[in-house]
Design a protein around this ligand. Sequence first.
Ligand SMILES: *Cc1c(COP(=O)(O)O)cnc(C)c1O
Length: 326
Amino acid sequence: MSDADLELRDIYRARRAIGSVVRRTRLIDSPLLSETVGADVYLKLETDQETGSFKVRGAANKLSRLSGEERERGVIAVSTGNHGRAVSHVARLLGVQAIVCISERVPRNKVEALHRLGAEVVTHGESQDEAEQRAREIQQERGQTLIHPFDDRDVIAGQGTIGLELLEELPEIDTALVPLSGGGLIAGIALALKSSSPRIRVVGVSMERAPAMVESLKAGKPVEIGEEQTLADSLQGGIGLNNRHTFRMVQESVDETVLVSEEQIARAMAFALHSHQLVVEGAGAVGIAALRHGKVEAVGQNVAVVVSGGNVDARTLLDVAGKHLP
Ligand SMILES: *Cc1c(COP(=O)(O)O)cnc(C)c1O
């Protein structure tokens, strides 16, 4: 794809390309949240997706655009979490070989999950950076296509299909709350929503611990920050000092960003379980946390919260839910 600005039609094209692989997820209403906020609040459940997060949308679109020759050579991803699962899953469905590079620190259960999805897992080094280095070496030796988790036009267009679904199911949408890390998710959704009406507010939500995009927006350029332990582990990681797409797109299209604390994330996860019988991971719960704790004002009448994923281990979830019984 060329480097011209991504357009709404790229998202429509993505939707057609990924239709057979990706689910249209539910939009449910949340009476309790609505009462708290004084508006009609809906949850967009990307926890419904196969592999448990929205990341299959971007991965499916990216893989759909590879040439026959590129498919022959396979794909490679660096990830411990949802991106690795999504790429492995979609690659297997399309009969493409996937390699996922991870550091030696990644816990065994996550490695096994990747194996089960049919990926070849390569462990290397002590950190994500070293794993990424190894991925680039393998890529040069064997010629696979590297699938970036967010800073890629086809990936962004794939995530944007959530925005199309929101517009169809809730045409009166006033505000969308979207979890924010590298920014692929929110950049795609904002493009879809703002193409329909620039007045729809798009709010990014990150965790207080190490919000790389929010710090970069403040600095006016991509900056690196240290990683900290957080319940929202899927929001960890930098945006890349050589960020090509998402930083600018977020800068231009996102109206506001807010931060939530670990305690607020924990309470939101417990709320989702107790009130909606939903298993939501920390990253998926940040939008709920922001609303419950009054972080966003003047949301209008119709509010959608993107619940981006549900991959949390049972021990963590039970611990959190037990501490915050209703
Ligand atoms: C990757 C991920 C995010 C963040 O998406 P970005 O495109 O990096 O902003 C949010 N929630 C979950 C569950 C994720 O896996």
